[in-house]
Design a protein around this ligand. Structure first.
Ligand SMILES: Nc1ncnc2c1ncn2[C@@H]1O[C@H](COP(=O)(O)OP(=O)(O)OP(=O)(O)O)[C@@H](O)[C@H]1O
Ligand SMILES: [Mg+2]
Length: 442
C-alpha cells in the first residue's frame, strides 16, 4: 500500500502567515496534523514589500507547524492574492473527424487552443481550468471523451499572475529553505475548502475577506468560473475606526473585534464605550455609533464585488445561488447579514470541511485558504476534490458562535436593470479608482 502523503499549504497573508500540514491517506482521507500561524511581516496587500522580514515570518510559521506535527516540511503550496492575477475566460475549439469518437487528444487540443491567447509577457499562467464542454452545440458536458460529434468547444478559465510578485513570493519561500510545489489563487483555495457537496452543483460566490484584500471567486458546478480582487479588507475597517475615533490601530482592532458590528441594528444597543484618544482626551461612543463607522466600508467592499459580478456575469442574484464568506474579516458580527442585503442571496460563513485531525484549530473562516491549499495539492487541477471523510472526524463542526450559520435570502424584489449600488458608500473617489483598476480585467 502507498504511504501517506504530506501536503503543506502556506498562506502568506497581509495580517497573518499560516502553515497547514495535511496528511493524505492512501484511501484519500485528509488529516490536518500541523498548524502554525504567526503575525505577517514584510507583506502589504498580498505583496512582499520586505523580503527579509517576510522570509523570517514564513520560517516561524512553518517551524510552528513542524513542531506540532513532528514532520519536516520540504515543499509547500503557496496562495496568491487576486491583485497579482489577471483572470480571463477563453474559448477553445477542436474539429472532430466525422464518425470518430472524441478522444483525449481532441480535448487537449481544444484546451490548447483556448490557452493560445496573447498574454502580457510579464504574466505567468497559474491555472488553466477547463469549464464544461460543448459538443455540437450541446452544453453542460463534463467529460466529452467517447462522445460523437464534429465540433468540440470548451471555455477555459485562465488565471495568470504578475511575474514580479510571484518571483518575490517564490524567493521568500526558497530563502526559508522550502520548495514551491505550486501556486494557487487564494479565493480558489478558500472555495475548495468550504464548498459543500450540494453547492458543487450550483453557482456559488466565495468572498474571502482578508486583512488587506478581498478576493472573490465564482464557482460554477464546482469549477472556478470567474475571479477578481478588491484591494480593500478588514484592515481598512480598522483604519477607519482608528482615524475617526483618533485611537491607535491596535486599539481600533480590539474595539472592532470585541464590539464591532457591520449593521447598526445588530450592535449591542445598551453598550457605551469610553474611548481615550491618542492625545489623551476621553469621549463616549455607543456600539451603535461604532457600527455606523464600520458599515460603509464593508458595504463598499460588497458593493464592488457585486458590481464586478454584475458587469461580467450578469445580476448576481440571477447568476448565483448563494454566497460563502471566508477569511478572518468574515467573523465580524453582522457581515453575513450585510452581505445578504447587498447580494440578495443566502449567505453563510465558510469553514473548512471534509477533513480530520486538528479540526478545532483550523475551523475558522480564516483557515479556509490554508486548508484549501492542501486540498488543491491533492488534485492540483483546481477542482473540488472528492474527499474521503476520516472515520473519526467526518467534517469540521462549526462552533455555534459567533456567526450566523446561514442567512436566508430576503424576499425577492424586482431586479434592477442597473447594478445595485450601496447607498452609503464612503469615498466615491476610492471606489472609482478601484473600478478603474478593474478595467484591465477581461
Ligand atoms: N473576530 C473578528 N471580528 C472581526 N474581524 C476579525 C476578527 N478576526 C479577524 N478579523 C479581521 O480579519 C482580517 C484578517 O483576515 P485574514 O487572516 O483572513 O487576512 P490575511 O489572510 O492575513 O490577509 P489577506 O488575505 O488580505 O492577505 C483582519 O482585518 C482582522 O481585523
Ligand atoms: Mg488571506
Amino acid at each position: 500500500m502507498k504511504d501517506n502523503t504530506i501536503i503543506v499549504g502556506l498562506d502568506i497573508g497581509t495580517t497573518k502567515i499560516t502553515t497547514v500540514i495535511g496528511e493524505v491517506a492512501a484511501g484519500g482521507s485528509v488529516d490536518i496534523i500541523g498548524e502554525g500561524t504567526v503575525p505577517s511581516e514584510g507583506m502589504k496587500r498580498g505583496s512582499v514589500v520586505n523580503l527579509e522580514r517576510a522570509t523570517h515570518a514564513i520560517k516561524q510559521s512553518v517551524q510552528a507547524a513542524e513542531r506540532v506535527s513532528g514532520v519536516k516540511v520540504e515543499s509547500v503550496y503557496v496562495s496568491v492574492a487576486g491583485n497579482h492575477a489577471k483572470a480571463i475566460t477563453s474559448h477553445g475549439l477542436a474539429a472532430i473527424r466525422r464518425n470518430q469518437e472524441i478522444a483525449q487528444p481532441d480535448v487537449d487540443r481544444a484546451i490548447e487552443n483556448a490557452r493560445a491567447v496573447p498574454l502580457d509577457p510579464n504574466l505567468e499562467i497559474i491555472h488553466t481550468l477547463p469549464q464544461e464542454y460543448v459538443v455540437d452545440g450541446q452544453e453542460g458536458i463534463k467529460n466529452p471523451v467517447g462522445m460523437h460529434g464534429v465540433r468540440l468547444e470548451v471555455d477555459v478559465h485562465i488565471v495568470a499572475g504578475t511575474a514580479g510578485p510571484l518571483l518575490n513570493l517564490r524567493r521568500c519561500v526558497q530563502e526559508a529553505g522550502l520548495r514551491v510545489e505550486g501556486f494557487a489563487l487564494h479565493a480558489l483555495a478558500s472555495g475548495l475548502a468550504t464548498l459543500e457537496a450540494a453547492e458543487q452543483a450550483q453557482t456559488v460566490v466565495v468572498v474571502d475577506m482578508g486583512g488587506g484584500t478581498t478576493d472573490m471567486a465564482v464557482f460554477k458546478r464546482g469549477n472556478l468560473a470567474h475571479s477578481a480582487c478588491i484591494p480593500l479588507g478588514g484592515e481598512h475597517v480598522t483604519a477607519d475606526l482608528a482615524q475617526i475615533l483618533k485611537i491607535p490601530m491596535e486599539e481600533a482592532e480590539n474595539v472592532k473585534r470585541r464590539y464591532g458590528a457591520a449593521l447598526p441594528e445588530l450592535a449591542d444597543q445598551d453598550l457605551t464605550l469610553e474611548i481615550t484618544t491618542s492625545s489623551g482626551s476621553t469621549h463616549a461612543i455607543t456600539a451603535f455609533e461604532l457600527s455606523r463607522i464600520i458599515k460603509p466600508r464593508l458595504a463598499e467592499i460588497f458593493g464592488l464585488i457585486r458590481d464586478e459580478i454584475d458587469h461580467t456575469l450578469g445580476p448576481v442574484e440571477l447568476v448565483a445561488q448563494n454566497v460563502i464568506l471566508t477569511g478572518g474579516a468574515a467573523l465580524l458580527r453582522g457581515a453575513p447579514e450585510l452581505a445578504r442585503d447587498r447580494f440578495r442571496l443566502p449567505v453563510r460563513v465558510g469553514r473548512p470541511r471534509g477533513i480530520g485531525g486538528l479540526t478545532d484549530i483550523v475551523s475558522g473562516p480564516g483557515h479556509a485558504g490554508s486548508v484549501g491549499l492542501v486540498l488543491y495539492g491533492i488534485g492540483e487541477d483546481g477542482k473540488v476534490p472528492h474527499l474521503v471523510y476520516g472515520d473519526m472526524a467526518p467534517a469540521v463542526t462549526a462552533p455555534s458562535t459567533p456567526d450566523v450559520p446561514v442567512v436566508p435570502a430576503p424576499t425577492p424584489e424586482p431586479v434592477a436593470a442597473t447594478p445595485d449600488k450601496p447607498k452609503d458608500k464612503v469615498g466615491p473617489s476610492l471606489a472609482d479608482r478601484v473600478r478603474g483598476w478593474f478595467k484591465d480585467w477581461m
